[in-house]
Ligand binder design. Structure first.
Ligand code: F6R
Length: 599
């Protein structure tokens, strides 16, 4: 995710940048750095926390930018830490987001010396090129962002140039208007001790921040952005104004999903490129893909298995990492084990991956954490790029895991020559439409809260779905039980009548996913079965099939096989709101830890 800050004003910039970065460390903390500028540029950056930066005792510069990093491209190293500089050492850039086309852009910069493995460094060199055509840093940055695909919040400074140039698209950036200077920051947290007057840049804006004021351009024209007053206290600000990190992270999903696909879909060729070392011939020959994980990540694997089998016609199996054994009769040369772990440190998952490696099986780690043990020990690592998740209950990372596995399934299908072009093109379209669809559900939070309030007193809660909605039913139940402490179970809908139906009464709400990709016609029969036992049904159905006889009905925009993933957002909000009415410690539920490093 990364945090960025900038200050230009009457005071020394260094202490303000450092204090600001410390407030942004929750966004990433594997390395940090600042650049201070007047007629010359000085950069200080290294691996570790902001407080560990080796800085001068004091510094006269009154303008600078800073960054605290959560690695996406390139390991946490001193060289990969931001700010990044150009060849002349006069331009410095901090960036939050992903430059999807950085490989192509880098290829267009022959003769430039690159010193890091990051996508960001290309921006510094592009600005350097533009500054040979104009001496206006704002114009230079505006020309550069026109060439960037992906997401960015950028802060750029240059020796001898007055102030900071900032730009944003699909990554947050707020401008702080202070009495002794002006700021940019990823969110308002570091600004509150200096000012409560802020303005938010919009996608496509380029701003010039000086000690005297802030001017903003959009598509080359000057525009005004309203200055607002922030009423939040510091604690609320850290959570983006939300009461809990979990709710903040639920709301971050559109952004996380954009990041999961950034730079991985070639729009012209309608192909996925994941930059893995697994060869097409290995994937073509593979007999079985075994997915191993725990908890929420296990549910993502269940979704991934169905995508792999549907798209790539390959045998895919899913095992709880804690139960994994290599099993007999497998050819290690034709087997791939995929370990999925948000933290990349879960002991059970590591144990399973190590077991596979010992028998010569190739391993792929799908994780959120660059430099984690899973990433280091697997033959290949695929990052979900969701940014840090602080709430113990996994939310945005589940969605990002499923999307990353969908991209992987498309790439495997392509390698095996199994991809039906129409199916592939549709899924790529749906993946790109997914963030918008998720946003429509988030916009209905108040309605979900009212339903949660009405049903929070249930004796137990059951979640049902079929096919792609089965993992979502399991995940919905896990979310509710872990944060509300209510008894909740998820089932494949067809299994209800084989036992669990005995538990269903008028006191047990049933949440049913009836979307596309979930064989809704069949699940509808199970809905009737529970209703005839008096259970109220909260149905989540495709917008087109919502007209049913349910106690509550929520709609999901048309999105094919991804509809159950969108339905999951209702279930996350439901779990959150039920737990909130019970005043549970949502971000730190009892007995649970974010990363389970014991077997
Ligand atoms: C549930 C949850 C856990 C984790 C599980 C695996 O909300 O967060 O079930 O999914 O402990 O963790 P990772 O993905 O870090 O391996």
């Amino acid at each position: 995710m990364c945090g960025i800050i900038g200050y230009v004003g009457e005071q020394s910039a260094q202490p303000r940048l450092v204090a600001g970065l410390q407030k942004l460390e929750y966004r990433g903390y594997d390395s940090a750095g600042i650049a201070l500028v007047d007629d010359a540029l000085s950069v200080y950056k290294q691996v570790g926390l902001v407080g560990e930066l080796d800085l001068p005792a004091d510094s006269p510069q009154t303008c600078g930018i800073g960054h605290t990093r959560w690695s996406t491209h390139g390991k946490p190293t001193d060289a990969n830490a931001h700010p990044h500089t150009d060849c002349t050492g006069d331009v410095a850039v901090v960036h939050n987001g992903i430059v999807g086309n950085y490989d192509d852009l880098r290829a267009e910069l022959p003769g430039h010396e690159f010193r890091s493995e990051t996508d960001t460094e290309v921006v510094a060199h592009l600005v350097e090129e533009e500054l040979t055509r104009t001496d206006d840093l704002r114009e230079a940055v505006a020309a550069v962002v026109d060439r960037i695909e992906g997401s960015y919040a950028l802060g750029v400074v240059a020796a001898g140039y007055d102030g900071i140039v900032a730009a944003r698209r699909n990554s947050p950036l707020v401008v702080g208007h202070g009495s002794d200077g002006n700021f940019i920051a990823s969110d308002v947290t570091p600004l509150l001790e200096h000012t409560r007057s802020v303005s938010y840049l919009e996608d496509g804006d380029v701003a010039h921040i000086t000690r005297e004021g802030v001017s903003v351009w959009h598509d080359g024209d000057p525009v005004e952005r309203t200055v607002k007053t922030i009423e939040w206290d510091a604690d609320a600000a850290e959570k983006g104004g939300y009461e809990h990190y979990m709710l903040k992270e639920i709301h971050e999903q559109p952004q996380a999903l954009r990041q999961a696909i950034a730079g991985r879909i070639d729009p012209l060729e309608e192909r996925v490129d994941l930059d893995l070392s697994l060869s097409a011939s290995f994937l073509d020959d593979v007999d079985e893909i075994q997915l191993v994980a725990c908890g929420t990540s296990y549910h993502a694997c269940l979704y991934g298995k169905q995508l792999l089998e549907t798209l790539a016609d390959v045998r895919a199996t899913v095992e709880f990492a804690s139960e994994y054994t290599v099993g007999s009769g497998r050819d290690p040369e034709r087997t791939l084990v995929v370990g999925v772990s948000q933290s990349g440190e879960t002991a059970d998952t590591l144990r399973a991956l190590r077991m596979a490696r010992r028998t010569g099986i190739r391993t792929l780690g799908v994780t959120n954490t660059v430099g984690s043990t899973v990433a280091r020990e697997c033959d290949d690592a695929l990052y979900i790029q969701a940014g840090p998740e602080i709430g113990v209950a996994a939310t945005k990372t589940f969605a990002s895991q499923v999307v990353t596995l969908a991209l992987f399934a498309l790439s495997v299908a392509d390698s095996r020559g199994e991809l039906d072009p129409a199916v592939g093109a549709q899924l790529l379209d749906d993946l790109q439409a997914l963030p918008g669809a998720v946003q429509t559900i988030l916009d209905r939070e108040d309605e979900v809260a009212a339903v949660a309030d009405a049903y929070a007193g249930g004796e137990a809660f059951f979640f049902i779905g079929r096919r792609f909605a089965t993992p979502v039913a399991l995940e919905g139940a896990l979310k509710l039980k872990e944060i509300s402490y209510d008894h909740a179970e998820g089932f494949p809908a067809g299994e209800l009548k084989h036992g669990p139906l005995a538990l269903v009464t008028e006191g047990t709400p049933v949440l049913a996913v009836l979307t596309d990709g979930a064989r809704p016609e069949e699940t509808h029969n199970n809905v009737k079965e529970v209703q005839s036992r008096g259970a109220p049904v909260i149905a989540i159905a495709s917008e087109s099939g919502r007209e049913g006889d349910y106690e509550v009905g929520f709609g999901v925009p048309e999105l094919g096989l991804l509809e159950p993933l969108v339905a999951n957002v209702y279930l996350q909000l439901f779990a959150y709101c039920v737990a909130d009415t019970k005043e549970r410690p949502i971000d730190r539920p009892r007995n649970l830890a974010k990363s389970v490093t014991v077997e």
